[in-house]
Design a protein around this ligand. Structure first.
Ligand code: UDP
Ligand code: MG
Length: 317
C-alpha cells in the first residue's frame, strides 16, 4: 500500500489564493505517484468565500477534506485541528498563500524516506519583501528566545514542515491551550533537517498579521516556553532589597555625622516612583503567567468544527 501524505492547510480569508494553491498541489502530487495524498483544509472562520471554494474543491477532488470552524480560532488552533484529523504516515503543515512552496515537497519526502530524519523543516534565509522593522524585531526575538528557552527555535523557521507520524503523535500529546508551534516543534525534539529557501511573497490576498499581533505572538512565545522572566522579577527584587540596605546604612551614618536636616524630597519622589514602577512591572510578569495558567486550567476546547465533509472528524478538542 502506498504511503499516505497529509497536508494541513490553515485558511483564513484565502479565497483568492486557494485556486493557485490547489493547482500547485495537484501538480506536485501528480509528480509523486508513489504516494497517496489527503489535503486537509481548515477554514478558520473566514468571512469571505473561502468555505464555498473549499466545498467546490471537495466536490471535484475526493482528496480534499475541509474542516470549517465555528469562528476564528487562530492559526495555531487550525494546525492542531489538522493534526488531530490527519491520518497520514507523513504529515505537513502548509500556508494557503503559497509562501510555503509545495515544490519543496518531493525533496522533503525523499529526506524522510532516507530514514535519517523524522522531520524536515524549512526556514527562510532571506526576508525580502518584508518591512525592515519587522525583520529587525523578528531577529531580536530569536536571539532572545535562544538564550532563555530550552525549546530551540531557528531564526526564519516557518511552520512549513513534513513530519513522521511519531513526531505528530508527540505533538498531539502536548495538549496545552496556549499553543506556540515553533516552540512545540522544538520541544518534542526528534531528528530535524533544515531546508533553507529564499522568501516568497504571498500569491494573493493580504497578510493576517499586523505588527502588534506579531508582538503579542512573540510575547506569548516567551511566556509559553521560558520561566526566565519570572526569575528576572525575583532577582530584580533581591537586587533592589540589597540596594535599600545600603541606603539605610547611608542614611544612618549621615544622620549620626550631620544631624537630620529635612531635605531630599526630590530624591524621595524619584525612589518611590521607581520602586512603584518596578513592582508593577513584576506584578505584570506574574499576571501574564497567571493568565496563561487560568486559561489552561479552564480546559476549554482549542477548536470547534461546525462543518466538514470528513466521515469521522474530531469536531471538538
Ligand atoms: N491563518 C489562519 N488563521 C488566522 C490567521 C492566519 O488560519 O487567524 C492562516 C492563513 O490563512 C495562512 C497562514 O495562516 O494560510 C499564514 O498567514 P499569513 O500568510 O497571513 O501570515 P504571514 O505569512 O504573513 O506570516
Ligand atoms: Mg503568508
Amino acid at each position: 500500500m502506498n504511503r499516505l501524505v497529509s497536508l494541513i492547510i490553515p485558511c483564513y480569508n484565502e479565497e483568492e489564493s486557494l485556486d493557485y494553491l490547489y493547482a500547485a498541489l495537484a501538480e506536485v502530487s501528480a509528480g509523486l505517484p508513489q504516494y497517496r495524498f489527503e489535503f486537509l483544509f481548515v477554514n478558520d472562520g473566514s468571512r469571505d468565500g473561502t468555505l464555498d471554494k473549499l466545498k467546490a474543491l471537495a466536490q471535484a477532488d475526493p482528496r480534499v477534506v475541509y474542516y470549517s470552524f465555528s469562528r476564528n480560532f487562530g492559526k495555531e488552533a487550525a494546525m492542531y485541528a489538522g493534526f488531530c484529523n490527519a491520518a497520514g504516515d507523513y504529515i505537513a503543515v502548509m500556508d494557503a498563500d503559497l509562501q510555503d512552496p509545495p515544490s519543496l515537497l518531493p525533496q522533503m519526502l525523499a529526506d524522510l524516506e532516507s530514514g535519517d530524519y523524522d522531520s524536515v523543516a524549512t526556514r527562510r534565509v532571506s526576508r525580502a519583501g518584508e518591512p525592515p522593522v519587522r525583520s529587525f524585531f523578528a531577529r531580536m526575538f530569536y536571539r532572545l528566545i535562544h538564550r532563555i528557552s530550552d525549546a530551540d527555535m531557528m531564526d526564519g523557521a516557518r511552520d512549513f514542515r513534513l513530519m513522521r507520524r511519531e513526531m505528530v503523535d508527540a505533538i498531539l500529546a502536548m495538549g496545552e491551550y496556549n499553543r506556540f508551534s515553533k516552540g512545540i516543534f522544538g520541544w518534542v525534539g526528534f531528528r530535524t533537517k533544515w531546508l533553507p529557501y529564499e522568501n516568497v511573497e504571498r500569491v494573493a490576498g493580504t497578510t493576517k498579521w499586523s505588527f502588534w499581533k506579531l508582538v503579542k505572538y512573540s510575547i506569548d512565545g516567551i511566556i509559553n516556553f521560558s520561566q526566565v522572566p519570572l526569575s528576572l522579577a525575583a532577582w530584580g527584587g533581591v537586587g533592589l532589597t540589597l540596594v535599600s540596605f545600603l541606603m539605610i546604612l547611608l542614611v544612618i551614618v549621615r544622620k549620626l555625622l550631620f544631624g537630620d536636616p529635612v531635605d531630599g524630597w526630590a530624591s524621595l519622589v524619584c525612589i518611590i516612583t521607581f520602586i512603584g514602577g518596578v513592582q508593577l512591572f513584576c506584578m505584570g510578569i506574574m499576571g501574564q503567567y497567571l493568565a496563561k495558567t487560568y486559561l489552561e486550567v479552564k480546559g476549554r476546547p482549542h477548536f470547534i468544527v461546525s462543518q466538514t465533509n470528513a466521515p469521522n472528524p474530531t469536531r471538538i478538542r
